[in-house]
Write a protein of this length. Structure first.
Length: 229
């Protein structure tokens, strides 16, 4: 181990480069801290497919965009039949997504920078939807953050867009791309819950959570979802 930073993240160095197969053999799925499993638990193996979307392609993120866990290939087929256009992007979600907000002033909280890749086809679909007054629906808070981070420079240009962002969306933020958001129910004092409150409004979100508790919805990563508009 080379170093430990102030947030207990470790930098390590291996004698030889690690291959993907070696990481699969030696490592575990980096589950959220509220999912507790013994290292030898059978569910660990199930999480390799369960805690993953059907459309994942790149081995970059340390966490799945959990709103995407609700989609199957059959769901996408039905959406296309109804005329819904589907566009994708890549966000290398980092471990900071699990970090709770411990400061009183959200301006003092810092998100880790994460890499985003927006394909040219996705950019064109977004622009066409805006021009035709159609909605852009983000599946997950991570997608929302990626699109809104791209927004300041979205007026011109063509081709793929690749950039890093540490954008922290809190109430008062003016959304420029996303019109509706599909998202799971998140932990208190999390950056994800603050993003949803910024998007839908604090009082509306509190009312949704009260109903979710009353109706016994499932919360967090393997839980139910809601559509915020």
């Amino acid at each position: 181990m080379l170093a430990v930073d102030e947030e207990s993240r470790r930098t390590v160095e291996f004698d030889e480069p690690l291959t993907d197969s070696a990481l699969d053999r030696l490592g575990h799925v980096p589950l959220p801290p509220y999912i507790r499993r013994p290292a030898e638990a059978p569910d660990r193996a199930e999480d390799r497919t369960g805690y993953q979307t059907v459309y994942a392609r790149e081995a970059l993120a340390v966490a799945a965009p959990t709103a995407g866990l609700h989609f199957t290939h059959e769901t996408f087929a039905k959406l296309r039949e109804r005329g819904v256009e589907i566009a994708d992007l890549t966000l290398a979600v980092g471990a900071g997504t699990f970090k709770p907000v411990t400061v009183e002033d959200t301006d003092d909280h810092r998100l880790d920078s994460e890499e985003v890749s927006l394909p040219a086809e996705t950019i064109e679909k977004i622009r066409r939807a805006r021009a035709e007054n159609r909605r852009v629906v983000a599946v997950g808070t991570t997608v929302t953050r990626a699109l809104e981070a791209w927004a300041p420079g979205n007026a011109n240009g063509s081709g793929d867009a690749g950039f890093a962002t540490d954008l922290f969306l809190t109430p008062g933020f003016q959304f420029r791309v996303v019109d509706a958001l599909l998202t799971n129910f998140h932990l208190p004092r999390s950056t994800l819950l603050m993003l949803v409150s910024a998007f839908a409004g604090r009082e509306k979100v509190l009312a949704a959570y009260e109903e979710a508790i009353r109706e016994r919805y499932r919360f967090y990563s393997y839980g139910d979802a809601m559509l915020a508009e």
